[in-house]
Design a protein around this ligand. Structure first.
Ligand code: GLU
Length: 473
């Protein structure tokens, strides 16, 4: 915390960690080690702008934990980037990976810029220079630290990173594994782009399928018919909205920083996205009501509220006005510990970020494995499975004397494509993690909320790893 940054995100993470640590058996030394950020690289480098002026960039990479390698976590481009924020986000990555059994330590990077104020050429120079700074200090590599997209970055930036890394490491056959979230042509995996939003959907769907939990929240079972509000129409918000809509939920409001729109009949995220692209604003979408203040959307009546933008948007001040029955944290750190206390009192179920938005890093793990194995998922078994299924089906038809419909035939024969395997691996991961955390929470009546249960799960997994590694001589 500082005068410039009165809210400390890292302190918030520490606070939630300490609250959960009380429910674990680890001694304070191990807890301190789990909590600490192991390596912090703060850098400054110059960039020549298109107009000829020189600008000094402020950038970071934090490796929170190396209990498993490589470290893993995105790189964000945002004006709000500071060391405290990157430390908090790196810590969340450690806990996130532990919960979903992705064998990585936590890391995060950030560059303090608003990408909208830079040309594509300038952004490329900044990204490439940042990558070479990481290479110089051994802060990037398939076995060291593997960045990914985050707020303000995407496939394009990841392509620049892998290209810069590969050119500085000639002959490194695993160079593609130095970063994830790449375009398919650069070693990306099918299904990565929508992964975080799809993971948010899978996680919340599992919660909505739990009869006891739904009963307690006063909601009917299942996703269908639920009203949803999504804050943020970036990659994560867009895909969260898309999967909820496709599965029968009604997305009644969408918010962006210029304002929000509301339509009780339900919004189509793609149509809103195109409207925003064409007009430069989410407001004035045909048939919807404008909400001038974006944050008003957080206070709308709905079943599920999905903050999918930045941290600290629901805090002690506005939490009392939140009317949602469930909050699904698609962003990292959208609700503060003060908001958590309010939710406990009001009976709002907050499904925490550090596992709910783990879909991104889970599929990043699949991408990294693909890069190291140098083969596309499904390549070896797709045809084999199809031939086998065709054979089984023809035997059944012959023996029974009946034929299945063409639609069923296609579904039965279908051998897995890369995207099928990635989606099913993600579905399995999110369902398992949801059940594990719920089990911890519901079998320990003193644990006050699901976030604390998630932290307990993470602390136990990282703690066991440190203890069994015998890292403490
Ligand atoms: N930036 C994403 C996150 O916060 C993805 C990280 C990754 O894929 O490594 O989880």
């Amino acid at each position: 915390m500082s005068a410039e940054h009165p809210y400390s995100f890292f302190a918030s993470v520490e606070k939630s960690f300490d609250k959960a640590a009380l429910f674990t058996k680890w001694d304070t030394g191990i807890l301190e080690q789990i909590k600490a950020c192991n390596s912090i690289y703060s850098m400054r480098f110059p960039i020549k702008r298109d107009n000829g002026t020189i600008e000094v960039m402020e950038a970071y990479r934090v490796q929170h934990s190396q209990h498993k390698l490589p470290c893993k976590g995105g790189i964000r481009f945002s004006e709000a980037v500071n060391q405290d924020e990157v430390m908090a986000l790196a810590s969340l990555m450690t806990y996130k990976c532990a919960i979903v059994n992705v064998p990585f330590g936590g890391g995060k990077g950030g560059i303090k810029i608003n990408p909208r104020n830079y040309s594509v050429y300038e952004l490329e120079k900044i990204t490439r220079r940042y990558t070479s700074e990481l290479v110089k200090k051994n802060f990037i590599g398939p076995g060291i630290d593997v960045p990914a997209p985050d707020y303000g970055t995407g496939e394009r930036e990841m392509a620049w990173i892998v290209d810069t890394y590969a050119s500085l490491k000639p002959g490194d056959i695993d160079a593609a594994g130095c970063v994830t979230g790449k375009p398919i042509t650069q070693g990306g995996v099918r299904g990565r782009k929508e992964a975080t939003g799809l993971g948010v959907f899978f996680g919340l769907r599992e919660v909505c399928n739990m009869p006891d939990v739904m009963k307690r929240q006063g909601l009917t079972l299942g996703v269908e018919g639920k009203t949803v509000v999504v804050q943020g129409l970036g990659n994560v918000g867009y895909h969260s909205a898309k999967f909820f809509r496709e599965h029968g939920a009604k997305v009644v409001a969408l918010a962006e920083f210029e304002g929000a729109i509301y339509d009780p009949a339900g919004l189509n995220e793609e149509a809103v996205f195109q409207h925003r692209k064409a007009t430069g604003s989410i407001l004035n979408f045909p048939g919807a009501t404008n909400l001038a203040k974006s944050s008003d959307a957080l206070e709308l009546e709905c079943d599920i509220l999905i903050p999918a933008a930045l941290e600290n948007v629901i805090n002690g001040e506005n939490a009392p006005r939140v009317k949602a029955k469930i909050i699904g944290e698609a962003a990292n750190g959208p609700c503060t510990p003060e908001a958590d206390e309010v939710f406990i009192k009001k009976g709002i179920l907050c499904v925490p970020d550090m596992y709910l938005n783990a879909g991104g890093v889970t599929v990043s793990y699949f991408e990294w494995l693909k890069n190291l194995s140098h083969v596309r998922y499904g390549r070896m078994e797709k045809r084999f499975t199809e031939n086998l299924n065709t054979h089984i089906l023809s035997q059944i038809e012959e023996l029974s004397g009946k034929k299945v419909s063409d639609k069923e035939r296609l579904a039965i024969m279908h051998g897995p494509e890369e995207v099928d395997l990635v989606h099913s691996g993600l579905e399995e991961t999110m369902i398992t993690a949801t059940r594990e955390i719920m089990e911890i929470w519901l079998t320990n009546p003193e644990i006050p909320d699901m976030r604390t249960a998630a932290y307990v799960s993470a602390i136990n997994k990282v703690g066991t790893c440190y203890a069994e590694l015998g890292i403490f001589p």
